[in-house]
Design a protein around this ligand. Sequence first.
Ligand code: GDP
Ligand code: MG
Length: 270
Amino acid sequence: MSSFLRPVADQESATAGDYRPVTSHFAITPPVSVVIPAMNEAENLPYVFKTLPGWIHEVVLVDGNSTDDTVQVARDLWPGVKVVEQRGKGKGDALITGFAACTGEIIVMVDADGSADGNEIVSYVSALVGGADFAKGSRFANGGGTDDMTPIRKLGNRVLCSIVNAKFGARYTDLCYGYNAFWKHCLDEIALDCAGFEVETLMNIRVVKAGLRVQEIPSHEFVRIHGASNLRAVRDGLRVLKVILQEHAGRRRSPLRPAVAPAANRGEVS
Ligand SMILES: Nc1nc2c(ncn2[C@@H]2O[C@H](COP(=O)(O)OP(=O)(O)O)[C@@H](O)[C@H]2O)c(=O)[nH]1
Ligand SMILES: [Mg+2]
């Protein structure tokens, strides 16, 4: 559904207890927040917003000190978008900041590079209202796919995923994927404390350690539309491996950056 077709009045008046029609066959009560970490993604945002469903409660865009028009483009495309200025650095830092700004009961994380199809959000939300705590996107589950991963990234992801499965008793088919959704209460149980691209791995490990109900959702990752990935396969792969080993050793990691900035220092919301 195009953002132009959003039932704005319904969204604004909807509160927990109201039913939000999601499809002609499905309605839900919990408000859904979508968190979009974005660093210089102005050219990609039109593609991202175009696929977001009209029934979501709010969009929280976490700006990573973009030097392009990311923030203005987001405001033009989605009036009412909540823009959070990131104070630290890295995707993990951005997501932690964005999660803290959400008012919905369900949180969906969506990349801003045009690789994620917002039409899949209904599958994630369906799994959550059906009983899962954490709906984990997978490009390698039956029905999923990727046009964006290089062979080296596929190999690294596969090896790291196998290590997580072996060490934590998980049965994941994907590990380092940015499209996931969860009930907000999960945040208390996973207490995220990381800065970079290891964030999804940390989430995937901590939900399993916390005994939360995880359901994989087949997802298709499209190719980034404009610009280049910020991820560096070797550097970030090693960060992921370090997190896996630290989590397995049971050590509480000292965060690379504060998990949540002190109130006075927290990103501005507008
Ligand atoms: N706010 C913010 N967003 C980031 C940062 N690093 C990456 N992102 C966003 O995270 C998403 C995934 O990053 P990307 O570079 O595409 O990595 P890849 O998908 O792993 O290739 C994109 O929407 C980026 O704009 C950051 O430091 N701050
Ligand atoms: Mg990407």
